[in-house]
Design a protein. Sequence first.
Length: 256
Amino acid sequence: MPLTEFDRETKKGSGLPRWRAALHFHSVAASKAGLLIKSDGQWHVTEEGQKVASMSDDELRRLMRSRYGEWRWGNPKVKPDAVVPGTVDEASPPDTSVLFEHAKEKAREEIDTYLDTLGGYEFQDLVAALLEGMGYATNVISKPGADGGSDILAYIDPLGAQTPHIRVQVKHRDQAVSREDVAALRGIIRGDREIGLFVSSGGFTKEARREAGNGAVHMELVDLDRFLELWLQHYDKIPEAKRSKLRLEPVYFLAP
């Protein structure tokens, strides 16, 4: 949408354009109303959010105002003197809150941009490094060419004497993994001694997640959010040479 000079004006406190600061602030009401999920710098519209997207501006504003009041004061009737995000007469957004949200988004954007530069086999190596950091031995990693349906085999012990083994399939920056992809991995798993792990930076369709929950063989699905969460959780145990391929450093903010 076109931005006016007022919209593009830099706010003194945060140093951000007014439109960006306002966008973060307005999103609070939608988030508290259950229409939007904001996590690690990424915004996702919920199923309910998609359903109400056809509402008029006034109807949507009333809905968010009511939901916000319910969350804020435990009563759907908003206090008359209250400032509710999403209304046209709101005060200027707090700079600390805006900067906090902006920093999270910027950090995730940089991580995603870096991962986009990696090839499929480079991302596969990161997955293997993570498994090593989690205490597994990974002695079979597929090279370019046919992989027989799986990319990594991970073992509880170096010799693979203990079970279960983990048969891993990795997809990087492709379209979301389908039900057929998950079923194909399940089809080559030896149920008496293996479980399945599917790691996809492109995510999974709803049908794929449903397929993973069916059948007797355990199947674990890991999307990019979950991968990064595990990478940070086991970061100190990942071998240094491999950790350097995705070096992350925590930065602490006083949360608004």
